[in-house]
Design a protein. Structure first.
Length: 222
């Protein structure tokens, strides 16, 4: 299979105006990915689906990722004059990166038996602009998985044929997979509350009056 650099170049040639970044993965798997711009994402997906050399006809997995606001420290070498002499010193800078949500797709070719090619899309933020184009029209297997991301992360997929909750009930107002999600204390709906769940649930009930041994005996004899 072609390298990501080659795939990126061919996409940019086939889809005018497309903007693609290669996202490095520093884990042992080294599964680097392509970040697509949202405006051209559907056109890029169609190219990946029908291109004879790639023919990525199977989307095996779609998952959401929540990135909170974070500060990244960077060390750079600069030349400065110190005590009348030019020296190279290391300066540390901080870059504040606003939070956002991502949808990550793993693509394979059943025909050519290669993959995965991993593509991702990013929302503008985590609050108001949480919309992404749906890739379900290109890979039907993404339908339920995009619904799961909508349900658990709050990403709205434009063009999805049936975007509604799939795990949580309709009246549920939050998104449990968000990193800043706070669990409620009241778990009375839990069918079998236990351990820490039971401890939190008990906070919402008045304590039962204790019955001493004498009262128990009297009650049993009467």
């Amino acid at each position: 299979m072609e390298s990501l650099e080659q795939i990126k170049s061919r996409i940019e040639a086939a889809v005018p105006g497309a903007k693609i970044d290669i996202v490095q993965n520093g884990s042992p798997s080294h599964e680097h990915s392509l970040r697509l711009d949202n405006e051209h994402a559907v056109a890029i997906a169609r190219f990946l689906r029908v291109d004879p050399a790639l023919y990525l006809d199977f989307c095996s997995n779609v998952t959401g990722v929540d990135w909170l606001d974070r500060t990244v420290k960077k060390s750079i070498k600069v030349k400065k004059v110190v005590d009348g002499q030019e020296k190279e010193i290391v300066e540390t800078t901080e870059e504040k990166i606003p939070g956002y949500l991502e949808a990550v797709y793993h693509l394979y070719s059943m025909t050519h038996k290669h993959g995965p090619v991993i593509i991702r899309m990013r929302t503008r933020d985590r609050a108001e602009s949480v919309r992404l184009p749906s890739l379900t029209p290109v890979w039907r297997s993404a339908e339920f998985q995009e619904r799961e991301i909508f349900d658990l992360y709050g990403v709205r997929f434009d063009g999805h044929p049936d975007l509604r909750r799939i795990l949580m009930w309709d009246e549920f107002e939050d998104h449990p997979m968000r990193k800043d999600y706070v669990q409620p204390d009241d778990f009375e709906w839990e069918p079998t509350p236990h351990d820490d769940v039971l401890a939190r649930a008990k906070q919402h009930y008045a304590p039962r009056p204790e019955v001493d041994g004498a009262e128990k005996i009297t009650a049993s004899q009467s």
